[in-house]
Design a protein around this ligand. Structure first.
Ligand code: GLC
Length: 516
């Protein structure tokens, strides 16, 4: 296995509840993943990241963890995890486990003891505070990412506890050394079992400003309700020390274990502080998903990321974001644009993170209100539709009410495109993903990380990657001719051609050329 495999790995995110259900309860599970690994082999990815599968009351579908060293029965058991890991390794796939260190579930034994006995040491693992106005009002004005106040009252003691997400997700107090020690054990538990790496949930959130003072709510980028910015809540100076500590742990294991942080900050200069030889191996680069369709904007985003990271990660979609086909206009146009941008990202140095279903061209599903499950929907009284639409189950077959996902009743309904995008119909997008990943793999080792931009028309993004891969993305509504010599390796749309040093790139598509 190559060393530092993660630097250019293609990682596939599995949202476990919606990937494949092996036992007919309508919810995906570990055994379902194991029996559908060949899809990932055929696709050509290097690793899978599986969203949380720990025991959980599912207030946030598993991101509320009741026990960090066990498996939720709905998803299987530890033996099922071991079988999945072994089967993945047999196929040359690495497995990344999702860690949720910002908060536990309110059903976690630590929190239950903290509530049952306010004098216990467990109380100090959380952020309990007295309320204002004699205890009637929360200690400060912080709001939850999911809507509503970030504090809930513990009726027994009259104190309030902080939860940046759902009330079932009490935040841990990372200023308490016991929390650090407990987490070292959790990391070792999964590393000992053979996990290849960790995805770290809300990595920028572990520490809160010590005073827990009121926030200025007006000056946030994205408006008063936005969670972007929030200098007291996110990205405190102490947080990177946690990852220095964790890096010593992962480095003490063989096999090139890695950590990727969900650092949901859009300023890459701040994000890059989390990454390095003595910190996290990678952080998600969320700037691409915020970038609108258009060559100039995409180029600016890509250049900034290439400058900041060595090399970057690329995230176009995940289980929290509106699917990119829909963001790019939906339908055939959205699919075409999505493929074009994906091809450009796959040509760049770095590590692309794909989200299950994007390889089928799935759109955001229109989930009816009575089937919605996301806490965001409930906590905002239906004002924010939430994330159910990007989490609907994978259609494995065009036929059948359960589309090969389940023999039972799926926990979320299928999207309207389930039949046309099902895996067994081999949709055009799937064929394109397989080709892109196979060509990318064939070039591995022959390409360097240096990127040179080529002069082109405004609507065109074109670069040459060290080693002779030329990539041209045309965002115009018409075909364009670009001066570039080489043989076409791949085109995301019909009608591309190259001759006499000129390549014709159809509208909303990308062409890869190998320079002669
Ligand atoms: C992360 C997860 C998201 C979850 C939240 C709270 O942002 O990706 O799904 O709701 O953290 O754990």
């Amino acid at each position: 296995m190559p060393s530092e495999w993660w630097r250019d790995a293609v990682v596939y995110e599995i949202y476990i509840r919606s990937y494949a259900d092996s036992d007919g309860d309508g919810v995906g599970d570990l055994e379902g993943i194991r029996t559908h690994l060949d899809h990932l082999v055929d696709l050509g990815v290097d690793a899978l990241w599986v969203t949380p599968f720990y025991p959980s009351p599912m207030a946030d579908h598993g991101y509320d963890v009741a026990d960090y060293t066990d498996v939720e029965p709905t998803f299987g058991d530890l033996a099922a995890f071991d079988r999945l890991l072994a089967a993945a390794h047999d196929r040359g796939l690495r497995v990344i486990v999702d860690l949720v260190p910002n908060h536990t579930s309110s059903e976690h034994a630590w929190f239950k003891e903290a509530v049952a006995d306010p004098s216990s040491a467990m109380r100090e693992r959380y952020l309990f505070r007295d309320g204002r106005d004699g205890g009637a009002l929360p200690p400060n004005n912080w709001t939850s990412v999911f809507g509503g106040p970030a504090w809930s009252r513990d009726e027994a003691s009259g104190q309030w506890y902080l939860h940046l997400f759902d009330s079932g997700q009490p935040d841990l107090d990372w200023r308490n050394p016991d929390v650090h020690e407990a987490w070292r054990g959790i990391l070792r538990f999964w590393l000992d079992r053979g996990a290849d790496g960790f995805r770290i949930d809300v990595a920028h959130g572990l520490y809160k400003s010590a005073l827990l003072a009121d926030e200025e709510t007006v000056a946030r980028p994205g408006g008063p309700g936005s969670n972007v910015g929030r200098p007291q809540v996110w990205d405190q100076p102490e947080v990177t020390d946690v990852f220095r500590d964790w890096r010593r742990i992962t480095d003490s294991y063989d096999g090139d274990r890695m950590m990727v942080g969900e650092v949901f900050i859009l300023d890459v200069d701040r994000v890059k502080r989390y990454v390095g030889d003595d910190r996290l191996h990678q952080a998600f680069n969320f700037t691409v998903f915020r970038t609108p369709w258009g060559a100039a904007a995409l180029r600016a985003t890509i250049e900034t990321a290439l400058d900041a990271f060595d090399p970057p990660t690329w995230v176009l979609s995940n289980h929290d974001l509106t699917r990119h086909v829909t963001r790019y206009g939906g339908g055939d146009l959205g699919r075409r644009r999505g493929l074009a941008v994906t091809a450009a990202l796959l040509a760049l140095p770095g590590s692309p993170y794909l989200y299950q279903g994007e390889e089928l061209g799935l759109e955001e599903s229109d989930v009816p209100p009575e089937r919605r499950t996301d806490p965001t929907w409930f906590r905002t009284g239906g004002k924010v539709p939430g994330r159910d639409g990007c989490r609907t189950p994978i259609p494995w077959t065009a036929a059948g009410p359960g589309h090969g996902f389940t023999t039972g009743h799926p926990w979320l309904p299928f999207g309207a495109d389930a039949a046309t995008c099902a895996v067994d119909t081999t949709p055009a997008v799937l064929t394109a993903y397989r080709s892109m990943l196979s060509v990318r793999r064939s070039l591995r080792g022959s390409l360097g990380n240096r990127v040179t931009w080529l002069d082109t028309a405004d609507d065109v993004l074109a670069f040459e990657r060290e080693g002779g891969l030329v990539c041209v993305l045309n965002t115009a509504a018409e075909d364009v001719d670009v001066m570039a010599a080489g043989d076409i390796l791949l085109a995301t749309a019909q009608g591309a051609s190259a001759s006499g040093g000129v390549v014709t790139v159809p509208s909303a598509s990308t062409v890869w050329l190998r320079r002669r």
